[in-house]
Design a protein around this ligand. Structure first.
Ligand code: ADP
Ligand code: MG
Length: 285
């Protein structure tokens, strides 16, 4: 099934993702008491300290917070790249935390696409072969056709034959997004996807996320840039391994976020926790 979009800059339909219905009354993502403690010799780091969170299919959520607040740790856990020290994670009603590594890998491959700040492409491999990697892991057929289609969605079909070193940073990230969506996952997790790009190139990346979200893909995006966070429809703020604010991005909040992007994040850090006008709810736990 495809969903044509009028404001699609490439003029191409985006494929609808592999959305699996959750059991009635259950969120697509359901996290309870999620905790991650890193042990390094005698030292322990409490990177995540009891996070509760529900995310529905089709949401566009941004996660902000200072460096070291646990954002990447949380993304790795949501992406089944890591296991929590304590707590539970249900995805589409399935208890991921109980699964074997092989079962988690299957869930990840089918449901989740990852986009990283540093693109994480294989340098000596052409764009089309980078994009096809998840299909090859999943032992899918027609891998080149499907990789080409994913490149087309991000507007890079004409670069299929280029290696990462032969294209710009923005184009590399678009190849990485094509790789993330080639399996038509229901969720795309992006950790600082515009962090290495200038703002205009970053906009192009965010436009692709908008289109994917409009076609039904759930987007969870980590960023420390308020102008990027403002693109989402829900904003989560983390501090010291906890969620300390969670609010819909209303027009009023979007305006505040864009102002704080100019004034600096420190302004926002104070504001998001105190502003009642913007409808921010502080979490009790
Ligand atoms: P953020 O993405 O918000 O900057 P992280 O999730 O990367 O935060 O890190 C949270 C905390 O956990 C930090 O104190 C960081 O140093 C620590 N940390 C992250 N990854 C590891 C790791 N693999 N081993 C040990 N400590 C880690
Ligand atoms: Mg991080």
């Amino acid at each position: 099934m495809t969903v044509p979009k009028a404001d699609d800059p490439t003029g191409l339909p985006v494929s609808a993702p592999n959305i699996v219905a959750s059991p009635a009354g259950r969120s697509m993502i359901r996290v309870r008491g999620m905790t991650r403690v890193y042990r390094m010799g005698d030292a322990t780091v409490h990177a995540l300290s009891g996070v509760d969170l529900d995310i529905e299919a089709g949401e566009y959520v941004s996660i902000t917070g200072q460096s070291g607040s646990g954002k990447s740790t949380f993304m790795h856990l949501l992406g089944c790249l890591d296991r929590p020290t304590a707590g539970t994670y249900e995805l589409n009603g399935q208890l991921v935390t109980r699964m074997t590594d092989a079962e988690q890998a299957r869930i990840r491959n089918k449901n989740i696409g990852f986009v990283f700040q540093t693109f994480n492409l294989i340098n000596r491999t052409k764009a089309i072969d980078n994009v096809a990697i998840p299909l090859i892991y999943a032992r899918e057929r027609r891998t080149r056709d499907r990789a080409m289609k994913a490149l087309e969605i991000v507007g890079l079909k004409h670069r299929w034959n280029h290696k990462p070193s032969e294209i710009s940073g923005g184009e590399r990230q678009r190849v990485a997004i094509a790789r993330a969506i080639v399996n038509e996952p229901s969720i795309v997790l992006a950790d600082e996807p515009t962090g290495n790009l200038d703002s205009r190139t970053g906009e192009q990346i965010l436009d692709i996320f908008d289109r994917l979200n409009a076609a039904g893909t759930t987007i969870i995006l980590v960023t420390h840039e308020m102008s990027v966070a403002a693109r989402a429809r829900r904003l989560i703020h983390m501090a010291d391994g906890r969620i300390d604010a969670d609010a819909p991005v209303t027009d009023a909040l979007r305006t505040e976020l864009l102002q704080s992007a100019v004034l600096g994040a420190a302004h926002f850090e104070g504001h998001v926790l105190t502003s009642s006008a913007a409808g921010i709810k502080n979490k009790k736990n």
